[in-house]
Design a protein around this ligand. Structure first.
Ligand code: BES
Ligand code: MN
Ligand code: ZN
Length: 465
């Protein structure tokens, strides 16, 4: 979908012109006001399609209800635009124009809503899904539309990467993509260097696969950064469970276990174009968790980069092992804030479903900021507790800790495990996107099946605003 800004969308020929109606208020279009049935009051998310029968340049006018004017937020605009675009897709409209009330600054959320709604992963289908070809806007803030386009393109990149089969999105591929982002300097460490750096936990996970692991460090360094942050993405290109093999059904979507890293790549790409005054490090410990002949085993004792030892209780709790070394590495950079984003626990998915991501960390203020930012991007975060008892369950008789606790409270246990690898001086936030990163059926106004890249918009907004 190509987004174009024109002088006045009412002066172009198109298949559908989308306008909005607030409750208890006429629309900005006299033609629509004349023909709009009384039952259509403009309730939020309500739509009506009016055929202009050749009386207008637009073949159809789609009116979307925006609800009460005083309750309008960017979420309303983003969601309703997504609904409108879905309707346009249903009638195979190729050329769509949007013209909302002149007093609303709708460019940004309209572009995000439209592009997200139109997304399908149809790369491998010989018969492609229907896509809207052109989207016309007028009366919008150029800068905000450009920013939204950058974010939308990053969303596409991340979603594509997570949707790709594991045979395509290998650690080597992630490294290559990371090395080819304009404005980003990337270092990739191979097996030997990873070993030399002392990343015994990450390396253990990688050993069961013939795909070589890659430790990826992307850097965006502005002139005078006002702060320095690192974002770490879980990069399990495939999670079979390892020797503690997953049942077939649970393995089906495990190509999505690198969603966190796909998001980090997307965020870095957007940051390179949006150029905030913040130094940003994107870090990925990429590998596969496979039960090959070299695989790590239950009972093994691993030493992470900070010297702490871990007894392997379950080879399927591999994400936290890779993140442990990535967290040590990030803390060594002496940044002010570290974020990690990971499809970490099935337990988080059980607790919050596919609707909200889990959030934990060592700094209440930063957690709160991310939750609040999420409210404006439409990404939901729900805080889970980090109580000592969760950590007690991971005590080991033969090492500093085990990599799993009891059957219960698994998301919090994983959070407590990660905390062992974070310096107390650095503010740290952990995002568990196991439930939200990948959908088995469409959800809400704009997500199709598959990858959502949930968290990307919040991270970009937090970093750039
Ligand atoms: N990648 C999975 C978590 C996951 C589950 C993500 C479902 C998305 C959907 C993770 O590596 C895992 O296997 N976790 C185990 C941990 C357990 C062995 C302590 C889990 O959640 O079952
Ligand atoms: Mn696993
Ligand atoms: Zn995993």
């Amino acid at each position: 979908m190509e987004v174009k800004i024109v002088e006045d969308v009412k002066n172009i020929e198109c298949d559908v012109l989308v306008i909005n109606k607030f409750e208890k208020k006429q629309t900005d279009c006299d033609f629509v006001n004349k023909f709009l049935p009384e039952e259509f009051t403009g309730k939020n998310k309500e739509t009506i399609l009016i055929n202009t029968l050749g009386q207008k340049l637009a073949k159809n006018i789609l009116v979307v209800g925006f609800g009460e004017e005083k309750k309008l937020t960017n979420n309303t605009i983003r969601e309703n635009t997504a609904i409108a675009i879905k309707k346009c897709g249903e009638i195979k409209a190729k050329k769509v124009a949007i013209c909302y009330s002149t007093e609303i600054n709708y460019g940004g959320p309209a572009v995000i809503g439209a592009k997200t709604s139109d997304y399908r992963f149809d790369k491998y289908k010989t018969k492609k899904d229907f896509h809207i070809e052109e989207l016309y806007l007028s009366n919008v803030d150029n800068n905000l539309v450009n920013k939204a386009k950058i974010i939308a393109n990053s969303l596409d990149l991340s979603r594509n990467l997570a949707n790709e089969p594991a045979a395509y999105a290998t650690p080597t591929k992630l490294a290559q993509i990371s090395q080819n982002i304009e404005g980003i300097e990337t270092q990739v460490y191979d097996y030997k260097k990873i070993e030399e750096m002392g990343m015994g936990a990450f390396l253990a996970v990688a050993k069961g696969s013939i795909e070589p692991p890659k430790f990826i460090h992307m850097k965006y360094v502005p002139q005078n950064p006002k702060k320095r942050i690192a974002i770490i993405g879980k990069g399990l290109c495939f999670d079979s469970g390892g020797l503690d093999l997953k049942p077939a059904n649970s393995m089906l979507t495990m190509r999505d276990d690198m969603s966190g890293s796909a998001i980090v790549i997307g965020v870095m790409k957007a940051i390179a174009q949006l150029k905030p005054d913040v130094e940003v490090h994107g870090i990925i410990a990429a590998c596969e968790n496979m039960p090959g002949a070299g695989a790590y085993k239950p009972g093994d004792i691993l030493t992470a980069m900070n010297g702490k030892t871990i007894e392997v209780d379950n080879t399927d709790a591999e994400g936290r092992l890779t993140l442990a070394d990535a967290l040590c590495y990030a803390c060594n950079l002496k940044v002010d804030e570290v974020f990690d984003i990971a499809t970490l626990t099935g337990a988080c998915m059980v607790a919050l479903g596919t609707v909200a991501s889990g959030i934990m960390g060592n700094n209440e203020e930063l957690i709160e900021k991310i939750i609040e930012t999420g409210k404006t991007t439409g990404e939901k975060f729900w805080q889970l507790p980090m109580w000592q008892e969760y950590r007690d369950n991971m005590d080991s008789d033969i090492a500093d800790m085990k990599n799993t606790g009891t059957r219960y409270g698994g998301a919090s246990a994983a959070g407590m495990f990660l905390k062992e690898f974070v310096n107390d001086e650095v503010k740290w936030v952990h995002l568990d996107i196991a439930g939200t990163a990948f959908l088995e059926k469409p959800q809400g106004e704009y997500y199709s099946k598959g990858s959502t890249a949930c968290g990307l918009k919040t991270l970009i907004k937090y970093i750039t605003e």
